[in-house]
Design a protein around this ligand. Structure first.
Ligand SMILES: *[C@@H]1O[C@H](CO)[C@@H](O)[C@H](O)[C@H]1NC(C)=O
Ligand SMILES: *[C@@H]1O[C@H](CO)[C@@H](O)[C@H](O)[C@H]1NC(C)=O
Ligand SMILES: *[C@@H]1O[C@H](CO)[C@@H](O)[C@H](O)[C@H]1NC(C)=O
Ligand SMILES: *[C@@H]1O[C@H](CO)[C@@H](O)[C@H](O)[C@H]1NC(C)=O
Ligand SMILES: *[C@@H]1O[C@H](CO)[C@@H](O)[C@H](O)[C@H]1NC(C)=O
Ligand SMILES: *[C@@H]1O[C@H](CO)[C@@H](O)[C@H](O)[C@H]1NC(C)=O
Ligand SMILES: *[C@@H]1O[C@H](CO)[C@@H](O)[C@H](O)[C@H]1NC(C)=O
Ligand SMILES: *[C@@H]1O[C@H](CO)[C@@H](O)[C@H](O)[C@H]1NC(C)=O
Ligand SMILES: *[C@@H]1O[C@H](CO)[C@@H](O)[C@H](O)[C@H]1NC(C)=O
Ligand SMILES: *[C@@H]1O[C@H](CO)[C@@H](O)[C@H](O)[C@H]1NC(C)=O
Length: 530
């Protein structure tokens, strides 16, 4: 809500040029006539609707599994809303929308998806359209955030891996050209989580799709992310297992991690700036003869082993690193998702509907052999871990990658692993990568947003902290592409309600943030990237 009201009326300041209607017709008439003009190959247009500012934008029937993605609100801008289905094979199709604003900036933008896809990220559609982007989003080939649609359906899986989004971009650019006589001058992408993976997929497979890609907390190395997610239940056991660690005990573990690691960056502020420095010894929490076994404030030896295994990387049977460790600092939320003695739905569905085509597969039985089978099966390069992205560099593309340092769902170590993989594969030092690839580590950010720290960086609705590019990763991306001014840091804001508590400049990897004073930790100038 805050974001919407602050952004109201600011669209024009972000616009390069307001659209001039050649024939002086009203925007409404232009939109209504577009219903007769629009032509999409393999597409079936459902609706072309003029939506004036102030209208409560209604969403078509969105499945319950899409949860908060079925966002509804009053629009602060006028736009022409196009909805259609596009066929990708005789067995598959996707649903998409294009939001074409009257205050058009001449820029195209595609949004991505989350989880196992199946839901348009309407919040991102709202966010980007406010800045004057002609904005598109697809349901990624199936309706609802579940993998059940992949069961005996490779074409739908292929849409999820890469095809729906790429086709949506091709179709969306065509619609944009048909609607605005001047076409578009730059093409952008923004997405987080699975959306982050889709941004990287475009860079790797369709480097010409975008001039600028904003990719957050990416679900890259996807099959091993799924293996890693499947691994936690066998590690923790269910809630009746002796090795199971309770939610209250995870709170104890979290406090111990902060006790050992919080001030390694110079400030005891409850935020671990760089988890790389944090290698906690959990044996300090062992129950002894005077503390009762299994109480909230201590752990048995068996439970300590569980905690140690939770924070260990996942290796293949020949010592190949498949997926890095969970970063310490995320355990309060990770305990509710991964360490709760229940299976992780995305991982379970992947094994049931993609790897084994067996809806009865039991997630409690997962072991390293399953990881090997899952990797052997990797469909359509869905893992999205190609190290050579030189084609994207050559076409002068820019990628701004970010990851929350307390992400409880996708460990930020995975982004560091990929950054190194690109550097090693291309033989490019960080200084050389800076020309086109910059990765920012956002301390105090959970999965894509929120968290204990300065996590509002303008990465979407509800994280708006100003239109200065240093506070707004989307506008920083645009400035980098169009003016050649690359971001040196990303400034995050910590809000308490609508009040700014403090701001902090987040560093460009591999630099890390260090408190140097003399001001208090809330003072952004008391920190230095080293
Ligand atoms: C364009 O439209 C405006 C308002 O509808 C009108 O006042 C103006 O005369 C029109 N101009 C031309 C050249 O038709
Ligand atoms: C918009 O409509 C939805 C239902 O479609 C409703 O839940 C919501 O409260 C409405 N919002 C406003 C701002 O009127
Ligand atoms: C569109 O931009 C103009 C300035 O060019 C501004 O006055 C107007 O409020 C904007 N309208 C909307 C709906 O954003
Ligand atoms: C559009 O495609 C989706 C699958 O992505 C399908 O569920 C839906 O029924 C299609 N809609 C129409 C009107 O054909
Ligand atoms: C936990 O797993 C054991 C077998 O490993 C089973 O017997 C027991 O019923 C399970 N308990 C719960 C609460 O699921
Ligand atoms: C046992 O653990 C408690 C709580 O951590 C601690 O206060 C106490 O000193 C320990 N006792 C011994 C004998 O180590
Ligand atoms: C090591 O194992 C992984 C899977 O566990 C496999 O993908 C990889 O090819 C293996 N490497 C070698 C050198 O055998
Ligand atoms: C397509 O599905 C079949 C079985 O349904 C499977 O054997 C095959 O490997 C799949 N192809 C791909 C590329 O995943
Ligand atoms: C996967 O990507 C590699 C390049 O990284 C390419 O050689 C291979 O053909 C791709 N496979 C599929 C099924 O797209
Ligand atoms: C947040 O705001 C509330 C109400 O304005 C205030 O009571 C509280 O102390 C604030 N918290 C912090 C950490 O500043």
């Amino acid at each position: 809500m805050r974001a919407l009201s602050l952004l109201f009326g600011l669209a024009a300041s972000a616009s390069a040029s307001a659209v001039t209607l050649r024939d002086n017709q009203s925007f409404q008439a232009k939109c209504e006539q577009f219903a007769h003009k629009i032509q999409v190959q393999d597409g079936k247009v459902h609706q072309v609707t003029y939506v004036p500012s102030g209208t409560n934008v209604s969403m078509p029937a969105v499945p319950a599994s899409c949860g908060g993605n079925a966002y509804s609100d009053k629009t602060p801008f006028d736009f022409c809303r196009v909805s259609l289905n596009v066929t990708t094979s005789p067995e598959s199709q996707f649903y998409m929308e294009a939001w074409l604003p009257s205050n058009y900036s001449g820029r195209f933008l595609s949004t991505g998806n989350g989880g196992l896809g199946g839901c348009i990220q309407y919040k991102d559609m709202f966010y980007a359209t406010q800045y004057g982007f002609a904005t598109v989003g697809t349901n990624n080939g199936h309706n609802g955030d579940t993998g059940v649609f992949f069961y005996h359906n490779n074409e739908t899986l292929k849409d999820y891996a890469y095809r729906a989004m790429h086709t949506g971009v091709v179709v969306g650019k065509e619609i944009t050209k048909q609607f605005y006589s001047q076409g578009y001058h730059k093409s952008y992408y923004m997405g987080c989580s699975t959306g982050g993976r889709q941004g990287w997929k475009a860079i790797q497979k369709y480097p010409d799709d975008f001039d600028g890609v904003l990719a957050g907390s990416p679900a890259i190395n996807l099959v091993n992310l799924i293996n890693w997610g499947a691994r936690f239940l066998p590690i923790t056991g269910n809630s009746s297992a002796a090795r199971f660690v309770t939610n209250e005990q995870w709170t104890t573990v979290h406090k111990e991690i902060l006790r050992q690691c919080d001030d390694l960056d110079g400030a005891a502020d409850g935020i671990i700036e760089d988890p790389d420095l944090c290698h906690p010894v959990f044996e300090t929490l062992l129950c002894n003869s005077t503390t009762s076994k299994g109480c909230d404030s201590c752990l048995t030896g068996t439970q300590i082993e569980t905690v140690n295994r939770v924070f260990s990387p996942l290796y293949g049977n020949n010592d190949t690193l498949l997926y890095p460790r969970m970063q310490p600092g995320s355990e309060l939320l990770a305990a509710l998702m991964y360490y709760n003695g229940m299976s992780f739905a995305y991982a379970t569905e992947w094994f049931r509907y993609v790897v084994y085509s067996n809806p009865n597969w039991d997630p409690a039985t997962w072991n390293i052999q399953d990881a090997i089978v899952a990797n052997a099966h990797e469909p359509y390069n869905v893992s999205t871990f190609q190290g050579d992205i030189s084609a994207f560099q050559k076409r002068n593309g820019k990628v701004l990658h970010y990851h929350g340092m307390e992400d409880p769902i996708i460990t930020s170590d995975s982004s560091k692993m990929y950054y190194k993989h690109v550097a090693d594969t291309m033989s490019r030092s960080p200084t050389e990568l800076d020309d086109f690839y910059r990765f920012f580590t956002i301390s105090g950010m959970g999965h894509c947003s929120t968290g204990a720290g300065a996590s509002s960086i303008g990465q979407g609705l509800g994280t708006f902290a100003g239109n200065d590019p240093q506070d707004n990763v989307l506008l920083a991306m645009v400035r980098w592409v169009e003016e050649g001014i690359a971001p040196e840091y990303v400034r995050g804001t910590k809000f308490n309600g609508t009040t700014v508590e403090y701001r902090r400049k987040h560093c460009k990897y591999p630099k890390r943030n260090k408190y140097v004073g003399p001001g208090p930790y809330e003072d952004e100038d008391a920190w230095e990237c080293v």
